[in-house]
Design a protein around this ligand. Structure first.
Ligand code: GAL
Length: 681
């Protein structure tokens, strides 16, 4: 494996492709969610005129508009949509069409109650909100296919349509009879025999042994950990099938030039289904980046963009971002003036190719009247409009610098849905928050390398000099082999607590932690301990506290101890907390405890040094984030000041100030300021 910075850069750049951006979409593009069906048609042109003046280049339409498209069963009325697309085009905007399948019409809910979602208690949802459909209902999928085919036949060749968004933020599973039938088919297909399933789930426990597939309950509440984990995988297959049904309908008529996406919600981290798997069938990943109450948390938001970029290992779109504020938080406060712009540029720095506001204008009635938007009920600009307009102007200036570039990282964090689920199924400590654990690694890594990928363990690993696996609870044999091969070839793998405890069926690994990697590490975990109180820990990385979770390790000769527990908890005192070992051309490290922030930073710094990783970083004051995108022989820096105080950054050399023009050696940023800079030639 090559370990030079240049070859890594080239390799990663080739693996981490820029998106398949549809022809005709500017990069970066500013967009808005527009619901023309909610307004009299005379209102369209004045709205579009204001959008155009703000630099909006993309509108998403159609989402939730099923009743306007099929007012009665089998009667399709798409003329209005054609006129809306033409009107947008006349204002220099491309269109993404949303399929309306998140909100089936009232006639359907009434005439075909089998399309309704049943909750975990078997109760059907009522009409009047959205997401009242069952994702597994065969009848509902048929209705979806029919409407989407009509739309694709009509707009698949429309040159102003650049892409399709399926549904909206897939969320809830269902317990209807179709779901149960599909679930039993899934289990039969995966396990082959009921005896095999009984063995893998150790069902002798509590008389859970099954004689027939139809005895097996859905994994919606409490239950056997094997069953609960498998249910999550089943839910993933069903959302994927729900989506594929529409992809196939679109592709009957739509050329590849039109991308297919869905807007993933749940603040990015939601894990009701495996988002890497959902992404496999899509051309482009888009997600909805909301803050809700409070202010943007730059590390968390940045890590979320990196997570999203990792699902397909390519650039992405932010399909929805709040225009200042939302309507659903405890306190739906507004972000500060300029803070949304900083957030938008942060997204671009992390690989966004387009960012769209939800929404342009609130419907006069309906559940979301209070939400932030760009224009008011009278059709004239709200205060936030000016900030959006500045972003539009920014994007126009930055297009040449940004287009064709993507972030490049030398280190990656592994994020694994099986492990997320396995730990969530039984947390053992309600203080063990897996996202926080991941961010505990992410923060120092981002500071010290300025670019971090977050990837699925099944992704290609070779291009990374270091991999961090904060809570890789489930390590099946095959993954164990891949990780070992990665290390032997020269990589450095750092495992965090709870790693390698379970096999793919969520059964305890009889080798103890880290399961298949025990021989590679030359150590195993003797015992885990959720902590109520912090415990001192010290060693080669410095001293500090173990917090929330601690494991004792037993190294064999040849494996070095890097941290040891001090006095505190009698079970831990004097035992190794972290160990490391060279293997082949690489190294494997296991950190059995969560560490306080300063010690974590020292540990990460020391691990980077040991690996010989010396990333090029700009020294920045607290609150300023550095992002770098490269590609096509170009590089562009996106510096974002997330703080309400002014800040200065000395650049690596003379640079061109993309947004303000001129050459600069120092980036002077006001509160929430942004500097986009490319090396001066
Ligand atoms: C999103 C959803 C939008 C809108 C928005 C409000 O989750 O996709 O349709 O409801 O929230 O913040």
């Amino acid at each position: 494996m090559s370990r030079t910075a240049v070859s890594t850069l080239l390799l990663v750049a080739s693996l981490f492709a820029v998106t398949a951006q549809a022809a005709g979409t500017p990069v970066p593009a500013l967009g808005v969610a527009w619901y023309p069906e909610q307004w009299p048609e005379q209102q369209w042109a004045p709205d579009l005129k204001l959008m155009q003046a703000a630099g909006v280049r993309m509108v998403r339409i159609g989402e939730f508009g099923w009743t306007a498209m099929e007012p009665r069963e089998g009667v399709y009325t798409l003329d209005w949509m054609e006129r809306a697309i033409a009107a947008a085009a006349a204002h220099q905007m491309v269109v993404v069409i949303g399929t309306p399948t998140d909100a089936p019409p009232a006639w359907m809910s009434q005439r075909y109650p089998e399309i309704l979602r049943l909750d975990e208690n078997g109760r059907p949802l009522r009409h009047g909100a959205r997401r009242h459909f069952s994702y597994t209902s065969a009848k509902y999928r048929e209705f979806c296919r029919l409407i989407v085919e009509q739309m694709a036949r009509r707009f698949g060749n429309n040159p102003n349509v650049v892409g399709w968004q399926i549904g909206n933020e897939y969320a809830d599973d269902s317990t209807d009879p179709d779901a149960v039938r599909l679930y039993h088919d899934y289990l039969k297909n995966k396990y082959g025999t009921i005896e095999n399933l009984n063995q893998q789930w150790a069902t002798a426990y509590w008389s859970q042994t099954y004689d027939r597939w139809d005895q097996i309950p859905l994994g919606t509440g409490h239950g056997n950990p094997g069953l609960l984990l498998e249910y999550k995988r089943f839910v993933t297959t069903q959302w994927r099938a729900f989506q594929k049904n529409q992809i196939d309908a679109i592709r009957l008529y739509a050329p590849k030039r039109q991308f297919i996406t869905t807007n993933l919600g749940g603040l990015g981290w939601a894990n009701r289904y495996n988002r890497t798997d959902i992404s496999a069938d899509l051309d482009l990943i888009t997600w909805d980046a909301y803050v809700g109450q409070g202010h943007n948390e730059p590390y968390r938001m940045g890590a979320t963009h990196d997570l999203v970029r990792g699902w397909k290992r390519q650039n992405f779109w932010v399909m929805e971002i709040q225009p200042g504020f939302v309507d659903w938080a405890g306190v739906s406060n507004s972000l500060d003036p300029g803070e949304t712009r900083a957030m938008v540029w942060q997204a671009v720095g992390h690989g966004a190719e387009a960012v769209a506001f939800w929404q342009w204008r609130s419907a006069l009635n309906g559940q979301e009247q209070y939400h932030g938007c760009l224009i008011g009920p009278d059709g004239t600009p709200l205060p936030f409009y000016a900030e959006a307009k500045q972003i539009g102007a920014d994007f126009a200036k930055a297009a040449a610098a940004i287009q064709g570039t993507a972030p490049v990282s030398q280190v990656a964090i592994l994020h694994d849905y099986d492990s997320r689920w396995a730990i969530d199924i039984h947390r053992q400590s309600n203080r063990y928050d897996q996202i926080e654990v991941l961010l505990g690694y992410y923060r120092p890594l981002k500071d010290l390398t300025q670019s971090v990928d977050i990837i699925d363990p099944r992704a290609p690993l070779e291009s990374y000099q270091m991999l961090f696996a904060p809570s890789l609870n489930v390590i099946p044999e095959e993954l164990g082999r891949r990780l070992r091969a990665y290390v032997e070839a020269g990589g450095h793998l750092v495992l965090g607590p709870r790693s390698g405890m379970k096999d793919e069926y969520n059964s305890l690994d009889i080798r103890r932690q880290p399961g298949p990697l025990v021989p590679a590490l030359g150590a195993r975990v003797e015992q885990f301990y959720p902590l109520l109180e912090d415990v001192p820990v010290q060693g080669a990385w410095g001293s500090g506290k173990a917090t929330i979770w601690a494991e004792t390790l037993a190294p064999r000769p040849g494996t070095e101890t890097t941290l040891t527990y001090g006095e505190g908890n009698g079970w831990l005192t004097g035992h190794p907390a972290a160990v490391t070992k060279t293997l082949g051309k690489g190294r494997i490290t296991y950190i059995g405890a969560l560490l306080d922030a300063p010690l974590m930073r020292a540990a990460v710094k020391s691990l980077l040094d040991t690996t010989g990783l010396r990333p090029r970083v700009l020294a920045v004051p607290e609150g300023v984030e550095v992002n770098r995108r490269v590609g096509n022989g170009r590089e562009v820096y996106v510096l974002v000041n997330h703080s309400p105080r002014a800040a200065k950054v000395t650049l690596a050399g003379p640079m061109r100030d993309v947004l303000n023009g001129g050459e600069i050696r120092e980036a002077a940023m006001g509160p929430y300021g942004v500097v986009v800079a490319t090396p001066a030639r």
